[in-house]
Design a protein around this ligand. Structure first.
Ligand SMILES: Nc1ncnc2c1ncn2[C@@H]1O[C@H](COP(=O)(O)OP(=O)(O)OP(=O)(O)O)[C@@H](O)[C@H]1O
Length: 338
């Protein structure tokens, strides 16, 4: 059995804003495809045009030229009603929800199906409750939206989009303003939704580290409106990721597949003793402080990882440290005295 994969294809698409003197072009002749069943993250610096692209793909903003097609059909052929059943969008702005409860907000996602008076059937309510359960906010159903934390409200907005039951979900910075754990949770949830349902989940974000770990496909949009797309690993291998985000001492670390701060080391210290996790962490702390850990080659190391702590041998004699912080302070003191 073959299953059709949902797609949004942009072809020679130029985006931007019509002005009195013509047009302000933000993205120029971009071509790429978003596929269903994958989490696609759109990354770019402030002002690159991520929101402009998302809004154009949602049909909220007219394109300047080129084409956007959803499942092979040009977007202009979709009626407003068909669009509402095809594309849901989650924006960053706080929704004006008045006194609404979470359940009422999520049920609004059913409006493309509820007819003129917007009355929810039992089936519509079931869909809304299922969406809240998927996002993990079932217990918030009766809470006023205005009383939610940023993370809870963001999840409610994702549940509303899910309740809309569209094959396409577009999200503009759904992880903005969230704490690190909530960011990771929302990203994981969106990845799961795309994989489990085959939906297109296309989101913009500034959370590079999380996107590198969660996205199946990245779209990198530069401030000249050019686009590079691919799996994070392919973009790493061909150098485009590093070219895009590498900057000064921030370099791409192929071992972890993440960007790291590169600390230039200006001096060295010999490290020996037990090769456990403390050894690795000690080496990390030394490098972070510009000190290269070196092999003592059989001699007494300056720092030895021992049972229950660290032994430091310097010009001041032998000292003991219980933590890496104490080792670093002892080494610094010694260097200042030299
Ligand atoms: N209504 C508008 N009219 C004219 N220019 C606009 C309009 N809205 C946005 N812009 C400009 O378009 C460019 C792209 O803006 P956009 O909001 O799409 O960028 P972004 O990548 O989403 O940025 P950020 O990461 O800061 O949210 C910016 O230079 C912005 O000033």
């Amino acid at each position: 059995m073959t299953t059709t994969v949902h797609t949004i294809e942009i072809a020679d698409l130029s985006i931007g804003y019509k002005t009195r003197n013509g047009a302000k072009t933000i993205g120029h002749r971009m071509s790429a495809t978003v596929r269903g069943g994958e989490l696609t993250c759109l990354l770019g610096r402030n002002g690159a045009g991520k929101s402009t692209l998302l809004r154009t793909m949602a049909g909220f903003l007219p394109k300047l030229s080129g084409a956007v097609s959803i499942d092979g059909k040009d977007m202009s052929e979709y009626s407003a009603a068909k669009m509402a059943r095809t594309v849901s969008i989650v924006l960053t702005e706080k929704p004006d929800t008045g006194n609404m409860t979470v359940a009422e907000l999520v049920a609004l996602g059913r409006s493309p199906y509820t007819g003129f008076w917007g009355r929810c059937s039992d089936d519509d309510r079931r869909v809304a409750y299922r969406a809240m359960a998927t996002v993990g906010i079932g217990e918030l159903a009766r809470r006023r939206v205005a009383s939610l934390s940023d993370g809870e409200r963001q999840k409610a907005m994702i549940a509303k989009a899910l309740a809309q039951q569209t094959p396409v979900m577009l999200l503009d910075e759904p992880t903005a303003f969230l704490d690190f754990t909530s960011k990771a949770e929302v990203m994981r949830l969106l990845r799961q939704i795309s994989h489990d349902t085959g939906k297109i989940v296309f989101m913009s974000t500034h959370d590079l580290d999380l996107a590198l770990q969660a996205a199946d496909t990245l779209w990198l949009m530069d401030n000249g409106g050019k686009l590079a797309t691919g799996a994070p690993e392919d973009l790493a291998l061909d150098g485009r990721l590093e070219a895009f985000f590498g900057h000064g001492d921030t370099v791409f670390d192929t071992a972890t597949g993440l960007f790291v701060m590169n600390h230039a080391t200006t001096t060295a210290t010999t490290v020996g003793g037990l090769r456990d996790r403390r050894y690795d962490m000690l080496c990390k702390a030394l490098r972070r402080n510009g000190i290269e850990p070196a092999d003592p080659c059989g001699a007494t190391p300056e720092v030895e990882v021992a049972e229950g702590g660290y032994a430091i041998t310097t010009g001041n004699g032998l000292q003991h440290a219980a933590t890496i912080a104490e080792v670093m302070r002892a080494l610094c003191r010694n260097r200042q005295q030299q």
